[in-house]
Design a protein. Structure first.
Length: 131
């Protein structure tokens, strides 16, 4: 009977401790994401300042920790950087609200600068008839 009582008391304790691990994982997810971003920036050859500027919502300490770990790993394994594709020219408005500026009013098709430029050129070009 005493063994059963001890098991009944231990069960909630074990379940509570299981919940602590899940809470810890949720809290450390942001830190792990920051480290991954920092490591990716280092692997692509980006400077720390660029990583900070591109990811303002991520803690700088987490980005730096990932960047530093990847730097040590790349130096020890003699790994070269993998240059990223060139950045598209983005205005300040595009950086602040990318979802609002990248889709048309109806949300059916993305806006592109080429389409906007072509539409503008079509309106501005005089219509001439070939004889």
């Amino acid at each position: 009977m005493q063994t059963l009582c001890k098991l009944m008391l231990a069960l909630p304790l074990v379940l509570a401790l299981q919940g602590c691990d899940q809470i810890n994982q949720a809290l450390n997810k942001q830190q792990a994401n920051g480290k991954a971003i920092g490591a990716a920036c280092r692997h692509s050859g980006r400077a720390l300042e660029d990583c900070y500027r591109r990811n303002p919502k991520i803690a700088k300490a987490d980005i730096y920790a990932g960047w530093r770990e990847m730097n040590e790993y790349m130096v020890s394994k003699k790994i070269d950087i993998v240059p990223p594709p060139p950045d598209a020219q983005m205005s300040k408005q595009d950086v602040d609200a990318p979802a609002a500026s990248s889709f048309s009013e109806h949300g059916a098709e993305p806006k592109t600068e080429a389409k906007d430029a072509a539409a503008h050129d079509a309106k501005a070009a005089p219509k001439t008839e070939a004889h």
